[in-house]
Design a protein. Structure first.
Ligand SMILES: [Mg+2]
Length: 238
């Protein structure tokens, strides 16, 4: 008995830590915030290196609070606000994971429509998206903060449904590729999409528990490409 998988019509990607290493953005933001802190202080302390040191030791959460405590600087809300602003507003310099442009080109050449659903502050996500230089390869791009004129953050289903409408694949097989199990997959599964988890070793959510009972997981763009080639080439499985 063979379970027939219908041909895939579209692949929808997450952006951060799926198409590029989010650490690129975080490091750039911390360098920008470091310049702000050094300018704030009577004498510069090399704040960017302090922030990056905290990032390396404890990850991307509470970096400013931890660093200010280490430096013995009182937590002035106006200062923290300025640091956060510098972090978010810095012009990012991002490079996709090696092999991503080629993979997207392969999917397009196979007739697969490509979508993006990305979560977070719309202006920040737009700057990241522009910096990656991948937009010409995509048929639909959804910034969750834009949907319906208000914010429907992941894991709300609305941005994913909007992507399906824009791609013209509301009743056709779609594959969601993402790194964040709790945000990327529940809405995809609710829409009946297939899912594929990308677990790059240094990704921030690579150790998060999975929320799925099935669906593949890959650890590199090479493995992702192999899984996609297999899904496109094999009409049935099981
Ligand atoms: Mg992500």
């Amino acid at each position: 008995m063979t379970t027939q998988l219908p041909p895939l019509a579209a692949v929808v990607f997450d952006m951060d830590d799926t198409l590029y290493p989010e650490a690129q953005f975080v490091r750039g933001g911390l360098v920008a915030a470091g310049a702000v802190l050094d300018a704030w202080l009577p004498r510069p302390v090399g704040a960017a290196d302090v922030f990056l040191g905290v990032l390396g030791r404890t990850g991307p959460w509470h970096v400013f609070d931890t660093a200010l405590e280490e430096l013995g600087i009182p937590r002035d809300p106006a200062l923290v606000s300025a640091l956060v602003q510098a972090f978010r507003d810095h012009p990012p310099r991002l490079v996709p994971h090696s092999g991503v442009p080629e993979l997207l080109d392969f999917l397009r050449s196979a007739g697969i429509r490509l979508g993006l659903v990305t979560d977070g502050y719309a202006d920040v996500q737009r700057r990241k998206w522009a910096a990656l230089g991948l937009a010409s390869r995509f048929d639909a791009v959804v910034f969750t903060a834009d949907v319906g004129g208000r914010a429907y953050p992941k894991p709300r289903v609305e941005p994913f449904a909007a992507a399906a409408r824009m791609l013209g694949v509301e009743r056709l097989p779609v594959l969601m590729v993402g790194d964040h199990p709790a945000k990327d997959f529940p809405p995809a599964l609710a829409l009946g999409w297939e899912t594929l988890r990308v677990c790059h070793p240094d990704a921030y959510h690579s150790h998060d528990p999975d929320v799925r009972t099935g669906g593949d997981t890959v650890a590199s763009v090479g493995e992702l490409a192999a899984a996609l080639r297999q899904r496109l080439a094999v009409p049935g499985s099981g």
